[in-house]
Design a protein around this ligand. Structure first.
Ligand code: GLA
Length: 582
């Protein structure tokens, strides 16, 4: 702890752009992001603080609810020893039944869209309860230490089985899967958690107030119970406002990830009397276009069907890549040296990124035009737009994106004008929550921030390891999907990373993924940028150098339960002297 043992009390003020969907994270609900879920949930292992561990000392994730683990000689069994004597925030003991319920009745129940995908621990993996403090994963084939990392953040975070079982269709014949997902609505407070803070007040579009969890089970090195801070606020406004308020000193924290604000925020935070410290990290933020590769999911008519056929044609994707001037796209979101063309795959700030394994199709309008012509996409009626050879109409592609960040809008504007120059009309459709559309596979083209840094982190967001992923190539409702051979090769490379005990072999497999991804233009990368972490100077133990995003987001990486503020600088609590009441 860079500033040592803390003083108790005070308030930590977050500002977020999301809104809590509900508290049932086991069923895949989100709590509005920006660190609110990480303040409530605890997972079997933890990776956020691994950025503090030197490469030669890295030996897998940090213990958390699983305090230790061991493998059998064949590496086909992973036994997790769970923390003993820890309690949920309502006093109920935490034990193996919570882990079993998370796995069997959520991750493995195909009617529940849990954050851990059915094959998230490998195909055919089973969980066995040994005793109340021990569980064991049984794998179909030998696995390696990376497998354990999949049990961190969001994926491996059990919920309170003693609360949720009665709402689950397996245990209650009156319940449906819809009612189960909605069983813990965001106005039902306080939810039962294992995390350091518990939501006790939720005023929609205004604030979520969290109070310290009296049952929290972590201590500092002197045995003092954590967290140090009594109260945590999540003001519900916008993501840009998070940066504005952090710079102004009315918020305590921001992952500055909206490049349009960088210059001004940097200027202001350099002033001696600025309330905020700003620190840039590596280029880990990237934005991309996703073309839906499913032949059927979300297909409404013949035009959609023809578009999907084109999307599945490599030359079409390559042509689109050549049509985009990524330098100009980058300058449109922030003038100056911040952005860098993104070819897809791992972001350049990832330890797994390799330039020599990256195939880049840079801006070349003539080439784009020639390739589109060769695909039979010509302008048959002379109106400046190419026509679809099958259905005959103008080449118009709908593109869905999220309105909450100007960074997305600026890139979409640039894409629209660049593709118009090669005879393709893009019809933007705006939504408030891109995840909802993406998860349903209900789009032809989609733009969003999407970055891959650590191959074992939420792998299902990137490669087709399970039926419901990735969003741009999901299995349709009848179970259909035609994977390309090279997609299968990427899955094999991911499996190798999960199985190997040799870090060099894992790095090699990551290079294979990078090569296949960029060679085939699996997604069309746009731009990438570094992010800066803004933290109020009042806050102690915010370790210098905490990256905004590396093994996990900074909210986890900074280890908030150890942050503290000297009593003389503490802010007044809104609910002093109160604890969550059940
Ligand atoms: C959102 C924000 C990120 C980070 C994460 C945490 O995605 O944009 O900066 O706060 O939430 O989950």
């Amino acid at each position: 702890m860079s500033d040592g043992i803390g003083e108790y009390g005070g308030v930590f003020r977050h500002v977020i752009g999301g809104r809590p969907e509900g508290w049932n994270w086991m069923a895949g609900q989100h709590q509005g992001w920006g660190g609110i879920n990480m303040a409530m949930q605890e997972c079997l292992v933890r990776v956020g603080a691994l950025w503090q561990v030197k490469a030669e000392d890295q030996s897998g994730p940090l213990p958390n609810l699983a305090t230790s683990w061991n493998w059998n000689d064949e590496r086909t069994e992973l036994t997790l020893n769970l923390i003993e004597g820890a309690h949920w925030s309502d006093g109920d003991p935490f034990d193996a039944e919570d882990v079993r319920f998370w796995w069997e009745d959520n991750a493995q129940d195909e009617n529940v869209s849990a954050w851990m995908s059915p094959n998230g621990m490998g195909e055919g993996t089973m969980l066995e309860v040994i005793d109340p403090a021990t569980v064991r994963f049984n794998f179909q084939s030998p696995q390696g230490p990376s497998r354990v990392q999949s049990l961190a953040y969001i994926q491996g975070c059990p919920g309170p089985s003693h609360v949720l079982k009665e709402h689950h269709p397996t245990y209650n014949s009156d319940a449906t899967y819809d009612s189960y997902r909605g069983a813990l609505p965001s106005d039902l407070l306080p939810p039962v958690v294992m995390g350091p803070w518990v939501p006790v007040v939720h005023r929609p579009d205004e604030i979520v107030i969290m109070r310290r969890n009296p049952y929290y089970w972590k201590v500092d090195e002197a045995g003092n119970q954590l967290p140090y801070m009594n109260e945590m606020h999540f003001k519900l406004t916008t993501w840009s406002d998070r940066t504005t308020q952090a710079v102004a000193g009315t918020g305590d924290f921001s992952n500055m990830e909206n490049p349009g604000n960088y210059v001004e925020a940097l200027k202001q935070s350099q002033a001696a009397d600025s309330p905020t410290k700003a620190q840039f990290g590596p280029r880990v933020l990237s934005w991309e276009l996703e073309l839906n590769l499913s032949e059927t999911l979300g297909v409404k008519d013949d035009v959609d069907r023809e578009l999907r056929g084109l999307f599945r044609t490599k030359d079409f994707r390559v042509a689109l890549s050549h049509a985009l001037d990524r330098e100009a796209i980058g300058q449109s979101i922030a003038r100056g040296p911040f952005s860098y063309p993104y070819p897809g795959g791992f972001s350049t700030g990832s330890p797994y990124y390799d330039v020599d394994s990256t195939v880049y199709r840079p801006f070349d309008q003539a080439k784009a035009n020639a390739m589109l012509d060769a695909l039979g996409l010509t302008d048959t009626d002379g109106n400046g737009l190419r026509n679809l050879p099958g259905t005959g109409g103008d080449m118009v592609i709908d593109l869905v994106y999220d309105t909450s960040e100007p960074t997305d809008k600026k890139q979409v504007d640039a894409v629209v004008s660049m593709l118009a120059e090669v005879g393709i009309s893009i019809l933007p459709r705006t939504v408030e929550e891109i995840e909802v559309v993406a998860d349903a596979g209900d789009f032809n083209m989609l733009e969003r921030r999407h970055h891959w840094v650590i191959p074992t982190r939420q792998t299902c967001d990137y490669v087709p390891i399970s039926d419901p992923c990735p969003d741009w190539h999901r299995v349709d409702n009848d179970g259909n999907r035609t994977l390309f051979d090279w997609e299968v090769e990427m899955v094999e490379a991911v499996n190798l990373i999960q199985e190997t005990w040799d870090p060099a072999a894992a790095a090699e497999a990551a290079r294979t993924i990078q090569r296949i991804w960029t060679e085939n233009v699996y997604t069309i990368g746009l731009t990438q940028a570094p992010a800066a972490l803004l933290i109020n100077k009042r806050i102690r133990n915010a370790h210098p150098g905490t990256p905004v995003f590396m093994f996990e987001w900074a909210e986890d990486g900074v280890v908030r339960e150890r942050l503290w503020v000297p009593a003389s600088e503490q802010l007044e609590e809104l609910l002093p002297g109160t604890a969550p009441v059940y």
